[in-house]
Design a protein around this ligand. Structure first.
Ligand code: MTE
Ligand code: MO
Length: 260
């Protein structure tokens, strides 16, 4: 057993014992010591959600892969949750086939950049047939093509201080950060199956499914796979962004972390 494995077992056992024996507050303090408090800690999901996140991150540190399926298993029907942004800018770009669209990447990076759809498509691509499950109780299997987020993060040069990668869709009148926005921690952001997807089932992503580019995070519930992306920002804290809970979902009753 490598030292890191035994250390990890010890910490995880510690979390469990602390939770069972001397109260959740102790387990929470232990999670805190390892930097594993999610940004929505203390919200409606309480300490249970913090422990789920901390335990999964400690146990599954070596990047388990989401299951991939065969082409014959692709769903005939792919439901939609959340229509396109209600903004003039989005409509204009869509009517021009997104030729003028650019994805901005800034924050804690050495080379703040913006990429056109054509540029993203020229980067090494990755295709996956994965299951997308909505917390509302439906799911589908589809093929997604895009550039691994990790490729783009390497290109812009992420700071060692980075803790989260935030994703914002197009701003709307009542939603300056976009209607649904959110973030991933660094293990999920660097994960090889986390994609900036521009293709779905062999075509450009259809508008209702997130054109021109959406996030695909196959190890978490559907609400983490944000659509209609406009900006990516690398940060060392979730504070000062919206209510500081890491995403808009805790404001609507969903946890920040959506691991399956
Ligand atoms: N920008 C944006 N992204 C979003 C949503 C949304 O409403 N707006 N809905 C989320 C939810 S709850 C789910 S389940 C998936 C649904 O993706 P689909 O419409 O391609 O099925 O997108 C997620 N990404
Ligand atoms: Mo969802």
């Amino acid at each position: 057993m490598s030292p890191s494995v035994s250390r990890r077992k010890l910490i995880t056992a510690g979390l469990a014992t602390a939770a069972a024996g001397s109260g959740l507050a102790v387990a929470r303090r232990l999670a805190d010591r390892y930097g594993l408090i999610p940004p929505d800690d203390g919200g409606i999901y309480g300490v249970g959600q913090t422990l789920t996140y901390a335990s999964q991150r400690l146990l599954l540190r070596h990047q388990t892969l989401a299951r991939e399926f065969n082409p014959s298993e692709i769903s005939k029907v792919c439901p939609v949750n959340g229509g396109p942004p209600d903004s003039e800018a989005y409509r204009r770009l869509a009517s021009g086939d997104f030729l003028d669209w650019r994805l901005t990447i800034d924050g804690l990076v050495r080379r703040p950049s913006s990429f056109s759809l054509g540029e993203l498509k020229r980067f090494p691509s990755s295709t996956q047939i994965t299951h997308q499950a909505c917390e509302e109780g439906w799911s589908f299997i589809a093929e997604w093509t895009g550039v691994p987020l990790s490729y783009v993060l390497n290109l812009v040069g992420v700071s060692a201080r980075a803790k989260y990668v935030f994703f914002f869709p197009f701003a709307e009148k009542s939603f300056p950060l976009g209607k649904k926005w959110g973030s991933l921690d660094m293990p999920e952001a660097w994960h090889p199956q986390t994609l900036l997807a521009y293709g779905m089932n062999g075509q450009q992503i259809p508008t209702p499914h997130g054109a021109p580019v959406r996030l695909r995070v196959p190890r978490q519930l559907g609400f983490k796979s944000l659509k209609y992306l406009s900006r990516i920002m690398v940060t060392d804290t979730a504070k000062n962004i919206g209510k500081g809970w890491g995403s808009s979902s805790p404001e609507h009753g969903f946890s920040w972390y959506g691991g399956i």
